[in-house]
Design a protein around this ligand. Sequence first.
Ligand SMILES: *Cc1c(COP(=O)(O)O)cnc(C)c1O
Ligand SMILES: [Zn+2]
Length: 410
Amino acid sequence: MTYVKGLKCRECGRTYPKAPQFVCEWCFGPLEVVYDYEKIKKNFTKKALENRAPNMWRYRELLPIDGDPVCGHTSGFTPLVEAKNLAEVLRIKKCYIKDDSVNHPTLSFKDRVVAVALSKAKEFGFKTVACASTGNLANSVAAHSRYSGFDCYVFVPYDLETSKILSSLIYGVNLVAVEGNYDEVNRLCAEIAMNFPWAFVNVNIRPYYAEGSKTYGFEIAEQLGFRAPKNIVIPAASGSLVTKIYKGLIEFYQLGLISEFKTKFFIAQAEGCAPIVNAFKENSNIIKPVKPKTIAKSIAIGNPADGVYALEIVKKTGGYAEAVTDEEIIEGIKLLAETEGIFTETAGGVTVAVAKKLIEKGIIPREEEVVISITGNGLKTQEAVQNHLKPVIRIKPSLEDFKNHIKGGV
Ligand SMILES: *Cc1c(COP(=O)(O)O)cnc(C)c1O
Ligand SMILES: [Zn+2]
């Protein structure tokens, strides 16, 4: 059963049939999936959702595949946690954490996009899947490729965290470490995609892949009792997640699942890689590429593909874009762990720290609610916090020695 009409250029509006194609042949604008909402309306209702399994495929009609999904049956429907302790520290009325640090199977929101991309790659008849990645995407493509029976090549910058490398290698896939930053990896992959008959999830399959991110937004609305939040803070790498949460809320509104909403969108980036924030603060519509230098490697994209569209949404919704230093990122990771018992990676540290900064500046009002988007797990970026934690209390196996150490004022 398909609900997809085809692809459409975001810039000039030309339409294309469903194919593994990502740019407009006419104007080089990015292509976007177009749905038949009238048809979707008939099957996709609040009532229908009640009986569906708690995973991302409960939103099947709004995802761009024609048949049954080949993977992702354990992905999505992660907790929306009411973070009372964090709200108290931040001195804000209500704070929610949308927690994809526990998304399955690879502990980041990338499992949502990859499940869609590989299901689509199967429909297109590809045998090999690949990606350009800052780490989490590679982990997810690697894991899902095993379950759904693809050969797999993942391309990453050579200087990633140990755990991000290992979490791809464990699946026995081909990991290529490129001596360059993500933007160079991405450029290389665009070339490889033209020379090899592979499904590059974020190159030639990108229009389909990106749609998976909408489920993050659908879930927030559903978990809030079918309404959109007042404020949401989202980390941005390519900017895709920001645009798709927005698209997801618009679709829920069009289908009558939520009423009109006034959600303000806030973008979070690291100071060492903040091209979207820079453009926002310079009040410019042009995103100037930067050379990334930050511990938040998973969101270190200097030339963001969807940057202009993400920026547009921030401006249109009355939001804001803010960046934080590496030190603030580490403080952000620790703050979330110490208040809510959630261990996020560096990207999550960025989001928490930016939310804190925006509340302190009065840009997110204290009498309102905020949703903080946590997109990855801290076990994958342990290097970032390693030297910033309390020392271990090491003792002899005796009560006396323990008492001595406690007296020492630990
Ligand atoms: C990829 C990624 C993002 C941002 O993704 P975009 O959609 O490219 O902006 C955010 N957080 C984590 C942990 C990621 O891996
Ligand atoms: Zn076009």
